[in-house]
Design a binder for this molecule. Structure first.
Ligand SMILES: Nc1nc2c(ncn2[C@@H]2O[C@H](COP(=O)(O)OP(=O)(O)OP(=O)(O)O)[C@@H](O)[C@H]2O)c(=O)[nH]1
Ligand SMILES: [Mg+2]
Ligand SMILES: [Zn+2]
Length: 307
C-alpha cells in the first residue's frame, strides 16, 4: 500500500493510507537516501507501508517514493540537510508586519529555498492590522515587482483570508516562517475546527515562543491540505555551489546575460550588469546584501567541509 506521511514524532510516523491513519515505524534501513540527511522522512512523503499483522492501526514503512519537490534547509548544528516537507504545490512564506518585526532577509532566504526546491512561492504579510512602515512596504513592493505574489492578511481581522483560501483550493500547501508570525492562527481562521495551538509573543524578545513543535499536515474543509510547521529560528539555505546561487534570484536572470563574464557571480567582477543595475537602484540594495550574505555563507560552508 502507498500512504502519505502526515506527521512524525520520535521516529513514529502517522501515515494516511486510504481513509485510515496508521502509526508506522521504518523497517530496517530500506529508505534509499540521496544524501545523508538529518531526517529520513518528511511530512508529505509518499511511502510504501505494510500493515502490522498483530496490532491494529500500526504498520511498517518499507520504502519512500521519489519526491516531486521538497523544502530543504541546512541544519547548521547537525551539519546536514534537513527536509521540512515534500510534495507540495505551494510554498507560503509567512511574515508579519510586527511582533515579530518584518524581516525581509528571512523572506529572501525562504524564496531561495523555494526556488531551489522547485516550489511555487507566495509571500504573506500577516498582522497587517498592526500597521506597516514605509520601508517594509517598499520592500514588499519590490517582491511584487520582480514577480512574486504578495498577499496582505490578518488572522485577527480576517483581511485576505478569503483570497488565501481560494488560492489553495485543491492544493497541498506549506506554511513556513519565523515563530509567532501567525501560521497556526491563519489556519485556525481558515478553519476554526482545526483548533491548533496558538502561542504568545514574548514581551521581552518581541518574537514567538515556538508553539508548534512538529510539522503536521491537516485537511481544511475537504478542499485543500496545509502543512503547518514549527517556527524557524535561523534559516540556512541548502548547500548548493556558491556559483549557482545567482540562478535563484529571479531579477538577476535576464540581467546576467549582459555581464562581461558568463560565470559572473555579481560580487567583484568587472563589467557586471547586476552591479550596474544595483548602482542605478533597479535592484534593491538590501536584497542584494542578502545575496552576498548567502554567497559568503555557502563559500564558508564549502571551505569548512574541506578542512
Ligand atoms: N495582531 C495580530 N496578532 C496576530 C495575528 N495573527 C496571529 N497573531 C498573534 O500572534 C501570536 C502567535 O501566533 P501563532 O499562530 O501561534 O504563530 P505561529 O507562527 O504559529 O508560531 P509558532 O508555532 O511558534 O511557529 C498569537 O498571540 C496570535 O494571537 C494577526 O493577524 N494580528
Ligand atoms: Mg504555530
Ligand atoms: Zn554580474
Amino acid at each position: 500500500m502507498t500512504g502519505q506521511v502526515l506527521y512524525g514524532i520520535n521516529n513514529i510516523y502517522t501515515v494516511e493510507v486510504e481513509d485510515r491513519e496508521l502509526e508506522c515505524r521504518i523497517k530496517g534501513k530500506v529508505l534509499n537516501q540521496r544524501k545523508n540527511s538529518y531526517n529520513p522522512l518528511a511530512v508529505g512523503d509518499f511511502v510504501s507501508v505494510q500493515e502490522d499483522e498483530y496490532s491494529q492501526n500500526q504498520g511498517w514503512i518499507t520504502g519512500r517514493n521519489r519526491r516531486s519537490n521538497c523544502f530543504e534547509r541546512w541544519n547548521k548544528k547537525k551539519k546536514s540537510p534537513q527536509i521540512i516537507a515534500a510534495n507540495v504545490d505551494l510554498f507560503i512564506i509567512i511574515s508579519s508586519a510586527g511582533s515579530p518585526p518584518f524581516r525581509p532577509r528571512f523572506v529572501d532566504r525562504m524564496l531561495v529555498c523555494a526556488e531551489i526546491g522547485g516550489i511555487q512561492p507566495l509571500i504573506i504579510l500577516n498582522k497587517y492590522d498592526l500597521g506597516l512602515d514605509e520601508q517594509a512596504e517598499k520592500r514588499l513592493e519590490y517582491f511584487k515587482q520582480i514577480g512574486y505574489e504578495v498577499l496582505y492578511c490578518s488572522a485577527l481581522s480576517g483581511l485576505g483570508i478569503e483570497k488565501l483560501s481560494g488560492g489553495m483550493d485543491g492544493k497541498t500547501v506549506l506554511f513556513a516562517g519565523q515563530s509567532g508570525v501567525g501560521k497556526s492562527s491563519l489556519l485556525n481562521r481558515l478553519d476554526p475546527s482545526l483548533n491548533l495551538k496558538v502561542g504568545e509573543i514574548s514581551a521581552k524578545y518581541d518574537r514567538g515562543v515556538h508553539t508548534t513543535n512538529y510539522a503536521i499536515m491537516v485537511s481544511v474543509k475537504n478542499s485543500y491540505r496545509v502543512i503547518d510547521t514549527p517556527g524557524i529560528r535561523e534559516l540556512y539555505i541548502p548547500s548548493i555551489e556558491p556559483g549557482d546561487l545567482r540562478f535563484f534570484f529571479k531579477e538577476f536572470i535576464t540581467l546576467q546575460k549582459e555581464c562581461a563574464y558568463q560565470s559572473c557571480v555579481h560580487i567583484s567582477e568587472p563589467d557586471c550588469a547586476v552591479k550596474k543595475a544595483l548602482e542605478q537602484a533597479k535592484i534593491n540594495g538590501d536584497r542584494y546584501k542578502a545575496y552576498v550574505d548567502m554567497y559568503d555563507d555557502l563559500t564558508q560552508r564549502q571551505k569548512n567541509a574541506y578542512e
